[in-house]
Design a protein around this ligand. Structure first.
Ligand code: SAH
Length: 248
C-alpha cells in the first residue's frame, strides 16, 4: 500500500507537507495551549513534523497514521532525532475509517481531508476518537479570491471551483456543521513558496540522479510546468489554513 509515486518523489525532502513553515506549526501549537501529556491523533501525518515538534516543545504524546511508506519512515526517524520516540508513534496505514483505541485531546487531519471524503466526513471520523469538549484540527485550502474560470481553478490543482470556498464561507461552514472555530493559523505567500518552490529543486536533483528511470518523463514534465503554473495561479488564488474546532 502506498500513495502515487509522484508525491514520494516531489515531496521526499519535506518535513512539512503543506504550506506551513516550522514557525507557523509552532504558532499553531502555542495557539492551542497544549498541556503536557495531551494526546494527539494525526490522520495523514506525513513525515510527522507536527507530532514530533509538539512532543519536543509541548510534551504532548500521540499517534500519526500515513499511507506513504517513505513519509512514515521519515516520521519515525524524526521522532528519534528529536528524542521523542517514546511519546509519538507512527503507523504506515490507510487512515480512512481509523478510530483510536483511547480517545484523544486533539484529533487532526491537516491537508488530507479526502481521507474522510471531505471536510464534513473527516470531522465525523475524527470525532469518534475525540474526548468530549476537546479540539479537532482541520487543515484545508480555500480561495483567496474566486477563480473567474474553471481553467484557473484547474491551474490551482483543484478539480473545479466548487472544490473550495472563500475563507469567510469556509469558516461559516464549520459553524453550519455545529462547530465553533476557536483558533486558526493561515499560510501566506512566503510559506506557500516554501511548499511549492522546494519541490522544484527536489525534482531537479532527482532527475539528475535518476535520468534513466521510467518515471523521469513524468517528473520532467512536472518540473517544466510547475513553476509558471504556481506563479500564475495558486500563488494568487489559493489560500490554506488550519482551523481549530470545538463542538457547540
Ligand atoms: N499532515 C501532514 C501531511 C499532509 S500531505 C503534514 O502537514 O505534513 C497529505 C498526506 O496524506 C501525505 O503524507 C499522504 O501520504 C497522506 N495520505 C494520503 N492518503 C492517505 C490515506 N488514505 N490514509 C493515510 N494517509 C494518507
Amino acid at each position: 500500500m502506498d500513495i502515487p509515486r509522484i508525491f514520494n518523489v516531489t515531496e521526499s525532502a519535506y518535513r512539512i507537507h503543506n504550506p506551513f513553515t516550522a514557525e507557523k506549526l509552532a504558532t499553531l501549537g502555542a495557539a492551542l495551549r497544549l498541556e503536557a501529556g495531551a494526546r494527539v491523533l494525526d490522520l495523514g501525518s506525513g513525515s510527522g513534523e507536527m507530532l514530533c515538534a509538539w512532543a519536543r516543545d509541548y510534551a504532548i504524546g500521540g499517534t500519526g497514521i500515513d499511507m506513504s511508506r517513505l513519509f512514515s519512515e521519515q516520521a519515525k526517524r524524526r521522532a528519534e532525532e528529536l528524542g521523542v520516540a517514546d511519546r509519538v508513534k507512527f503507523v504506515h496505514d490507510d487512515a480512512a475509517g481509523y478510530v483510536a483505541d483511547e480517545k484523544v485531546d486533539v484529533a487532526a487531519c491537516v491537508g488530507a481531508t479526502w481521507i474522510g471524503g471531505g471536510v464534513a466526513g473527516t470531522i465525523e471520523l475524527l470525532v469518534k476518537s475525540l474526548r468530549p469538549g476537546r479540539i479537532i484540527l482541520i487543515g484545508e485550502p480555500y480561495w483567496l479570491q474566486m477563480p473567474p474560470t474553471e481553467d484557473i481553478a484547474k491551474g490551482c490543482r483543484a478539480g473545479s471551483i466548487a472544490d473550495f470556498l472563500l475563507l469567510p464561507d469556509l469558516v461559516a461552514s464549520f459553524g453550519d456543521l455545529g462547530w465553533d472555530v476557536v483558533e486558526m493559523v493561515l499560510a501566506d505567500q512566503d510559506s506557500w513558496d516554501r511548499y511549492e518552490a522546494a519541490k522544484w529543486l527536489t525534482m531537479r536533483r532527482w532527475l539528475a540522479a535518476n535520468g534513466e528511470d521510467e518515471f523521469a518523463n513524468e517528473v520532467r514534465a512536472e518540473l517544466t510546468s510547475a513553476p509558471e503554473r504556481y506563479a500564475r495561479y495558486a500563488r494568487s488564488y489559493l489560500g490554506w489554513g488550519v482551523f481549530a474546532l470545538m463542538a457547540r
